[in-house]
Design a protein around this ligand. Structure first.
Ligand code: AGP
Length: 567
């Protein structure tokens, strides 16, 4: 997590450039922010808690580094915000990652005044000590080698900026008059398209003598703005029909990946959070549509299941950001075993994109809201298309995706019905969500949307599981959402709905057909296996409207960040 941006050069608006860059990468963490700029012969530093303001006026300077924080060590305070300064105030540092051995390292710093509770500040004091007999680059190298964990650091002494990384992403750019460094290439593109992606262990000093070759890339900067929408989440929900139509424009990748799945001896879909639910959904979709078994794993658990991977295995990493460390790490380990890697990602140039042998872009456009909506929809659509392609039924796949896009257009028009439901249940403590078969991962995704945006406790179940213990939690009036697609699960799902109803639950049916068991019903037309897509959209709207009713910002939920780059 944490966003990093820095500039050094002959332009005298370094801090303004850094501030603008931080706005593009604020999704990496928004607990607090800070910018240091070199003026006269010393650094001045601005640090604030909370979101970045839309404008901030900085005096002129030609060296600046900045940071947006997602707190790991130490609370959300101005003192804990980055940049951190050395005791003599001559060095500034921003950091992304976790220094796992920081307590041990801190013991070496007996003669330093440590101001914050962070692991990050330790690094700058250790470098300050090394500077007694080394230049900045060598001092940074010496200290960086002592750090345990996955870290990226950017440091300046007012003459140069030194950057290095292991695990956490960093990209350098060469502009007409200087150099930039950032944790996301998209944030650099407004300034230059000449980039270098740092590899683990790379350490550079950004000065006129910087020798590595910058590659000119032809990517376009994708700016996301709100247009007429009050929130990115709502805007991104509205974009989904178009995102689905985009997926069926070109099917080469779906065909190629289906062939790889056919040839592989074991295919593993791996992702985290919402992406993990799309991977679980893949297990059902492949079984149902192509009569093929594929394996699913949560990213952070996959390392513990990798022993049997071989060079005939196929790993499909599913990730909006392409930077989720809990996916990047197991992919790196699998790669060492010769496993072929597919990246299904929304982010061109991301770490997973660069690691993959086969790269499949989601083409969903930039997703800014922390709660993933259109990227999830694009992931599910592609997983269905792979399964249909493997079954030799790609035409049917295209048809059901088109049908689901039209049904989502319809739901967007009927969103008021979901708003009324949110207004009715917004003050409950728990919401339960039930689904069977392919709708089980939909239930899990629905609960995540509700939790992230409204902070209401929600739990999703394979609906047959509820009676094995958690039915004890259902009380009079507890909202229970039941997904009812027109498939082989309907009779059993309705029976489970009856069971919760008998315990006093307020039963909310979402599906193709109303039933007396439902206290509230939201109709979603039957669009075959792709009914999962409009069902997910129902849950997105519910999460959004619950947040609005509760006065919460659905785009930036507390404690979360869009891109999770720490373990
Ligand atoms: C989704 O709403 C979440 N914000 C989160 O679970 C997310 O899906 C997860 O962190 C994975 O992110 P990725 O797709 O960028 O890898």
């Amino acid at each position: 997590m944490c966003g990093i941006f820095g500039y050094i050069g002959s332009d005298n608006n370094a801090a303004d450039k850094v501030f603008k860059g931080l706005i593009d990468i604020e999704y990496r963490g928004y607990d607090s922010w800070g910018v240091s700029y070199f003026q006269g012969n010393s650094f001045k530093t601005v640090k604030k808690t909370g979101f970045l303001p839309s404008i901030f006026n900085f005096p002129s300077s030609s060296i600046s580094i900045g940071h947006t924080r997602w707190a790991t060590h130490g609370g959300v305070t101005e003192i804990n915000a980055h940049p951190h300064l050395s005791c003599d105030n001559k060095l500034v540092l921003v950091h992304n990652g976790i220094v796992e051995n920081y307590r041990e390292l801190k013991k070496e710093l007996t003669n330093h005044k440590i101001k914050s509770e962070t692991d990050s500040e330790i690094i700058i004091h250790l470098i300050e000590d090394q500077l007694q007999d080394k230049n900045l680059k060598d001092a940074v190298s010496e200290v960086f080698n002592k750090l345990e964990g996955l870290n990226a650091i950017v440091i300046s002494d007012g003459k140069e900026i030194v950057v290095c990384k292991k695990g956490s992403p960093l990209v350098l750019g060469k502009t007409e008059n200087g150099y930039v460094v950032a944790s996301d290439p998209n944030a650099i593109l407004p300034l230059t398209k000449k980039l270098i992606f740092l590899e683990d262990g790379d350490l550079f000093s950004l000065d006129a003598g910087l020798d590595p070759e910058f590659k000119e890339i032809d990517w376009q900067y994708t700016k996301a703005d709100l247009d007429k929408f009050p929130h990115f989440m709502l805007k991104e929900i509205y974009e989904q029909p178009q995102v689905l139509y985009n997926q069926i424009q070109s099917l080469d990748a779906a065909r190629e990946i289906a062939e790889e799945i056919k040839a592989a001896f074991g295919t593993y879909f791996v992702g985290c959070g919402s992406a993990s639910y799309t991977c679980l959904l893949a297990e059902y979709a492949f079984s149902k549509i192509s009569k093929k078994h594929i394996n699913f794993s949560i990213g952070s658990e996959f390392d513990y299941k990798e022993d049997f991977l071989t060079n005939k295995s196929l790993l499909i990493a599913v990730s909006q950001s392409g930077e989720t460390i809990d996916v990047v790490e197991p992919v790196a380990h699998a790669k060492k075993r010769g496993v072929k890697i597919v990246a299904l990602t929304n982010t061109l140039g991301s770490t997973l994109y660069r690691m993959a042998d086969i790269k499949h872009l989601l083409n969903a456009g930039p997703e800014k809201a922390v709660a993933s909506t259109k990227a999830v929809i694009a992931m599910v659509a592609n997983i269905l298309l792979y399964a249909y392609s493997l079954a030799g039924k790609l035409d049917l796949g295209i048809k059901v995706i088109e049908d689901s896009a039209r049904e989502i257009e319809n739901i967007i028009k009927r969103q008021d019905e979901i708003k009324k439901l949110a207004d009715k249940i917004y003050n409950v403590q728990h919401i339960f969500v039930l689904g069977r078969g392919i709708s089980y991962p939909v239930a899990l995704e629905a609960t995540l949307k509700i939790k992230e945006t409204s902070y209401i406790h929600a739990e999703g179940f394979a609906s047959g599981e509820l009676k094995h213990g958690c039915l004890a939690l259902v009380d009079k009036g507890t909202p229970v959402i039941v997904f009812l697609p027109n498939d082989e699960t309907k009779a059993a799902v309705l029976a489970n709905a009856m069971e919760v109803k008998a315990r006093g639950a307020f039963v909310i049916g979402v599906g193709f057909e109303n039933n007396p068991v439902f206290d509230f019903f939201f109709e979603v037309k039957d669009v075959g296996a792709s009914s999962v897509l409009p069902h997910i959209v129902f849950a997105q709207f519910l999460g959004y409207f619950l947040a609005i009713k509760l006065g919460l910002n659905p785009d930036k939920p507390r404690n979360l960040a869009k891109s999770v780059t720490v373990k």
